[in-house]
Design a protein around this ligand. Structure first.
Ligand code: DC
Length: 224
């Protein structure tokens, strides 16, 4: 098929390692990357900067107009560009994540972002990271992966990441926030977080990043 563009989706809860694995996979395959959580975070940032309340979903959906996001992979990781401005550290703040999870519950917001997410299907292939990549946004994906890790492991990973950035948050607070976000993401009526039919399931709680990447590559290499 001349125009066929393969898609790998990696879904999972917050801090499951899907962002890191998606980045490394996209880099190794030399494919495009979609960090869909970053799009929700960008909207949260824009809402915050424009003092728009979380339940004003019409104004928030309007903020998606003219939104031009790109994900650049470099040695340090991922750089998120919004209209050519680096917003990586701003959108990674905990308050943006919490607000993003709230906005993600509105149909209007999800529909507006759906179109933007589909525009990332570009040759030679796409690695898409999120909560509903395999279930809703890219149901046609060639390979769907669901990446999990237990709450304690995820809280410790996040704690380490934040500490490296000089941000001090208590571990019990982080663990509680992660659990609350999980409950919101898994139980919302629209596009809840769940494994897509036919997806590969991988629990990374006891695996290093390179072991997880190896396993994901095994799934991918079996099919591509
Ligand atoms: O992956 P993340 O933590 O950057 O995502 C931030 C929030 O965005 C997450 O709590 C829920 C929402 N989200 C979503 O609803 N659907 C996606 N595909 C990606 C993220």
């Amino acid at each position: 098929m001349a125009n066929y563009i393969p898609i790998v989706t990696i879904d999972g809860p917050t801090c499951s390692g899907k962002g890191t694995i998606s980045r490394l996979l996209a880099r190794d395959l030399d494919w495009n990357l979609l960090d869909s959580g970053a799009l929700y975070r960008i909207l949260a940032l824009r809402a915050k900067e424009n003092s728009i309340l979380p339940d004003d979903y019409e104004s928030i959906s309007y903020l998606t107009k003219g939104l031009n996001a790109r994900f650049i992979l470099d040695r340090e990781g991922e750089c998120v560009l919004l209209n050519n401005q680096d917003v990586t550290s701003k959108i990674r703040q905990e308050d943006c994540g919490i607000l993003a999870s709230k906005l993600a519950q509105f149909k209007e917001v999800r529909e507006a972002l759906h179109v933007i997410q589909r525009s990332f299907i570009l040759p030679p292939g796409l690695v898409a990271d999120g909560r509903d990549m395999g279930t809703i946004v890219f149901p046609e994906a060639l390979i769907k992966i669901f990446l999990e890790a237990n709450t304690e492991v995820r809280a410790v990973r996040r704690h380490k990441q934040l500490k490296e950035k000089g941000i001090n948050v208590s571990l019990p607070d982080l663990s509680r926030e992660i659990s609350e976000r999980d409950i919101a993401d898994r139980n919302r009526s629209l596009s809840p977080l769940k494994p897509a039919d036919g997806s590969y399931y991988l629990d990374s709680s006891d695996l290093t990043v390179s072991q997880t990447l190896e396993k994901v590559k095994e799934f991918v290499e079996n099919i591509i």
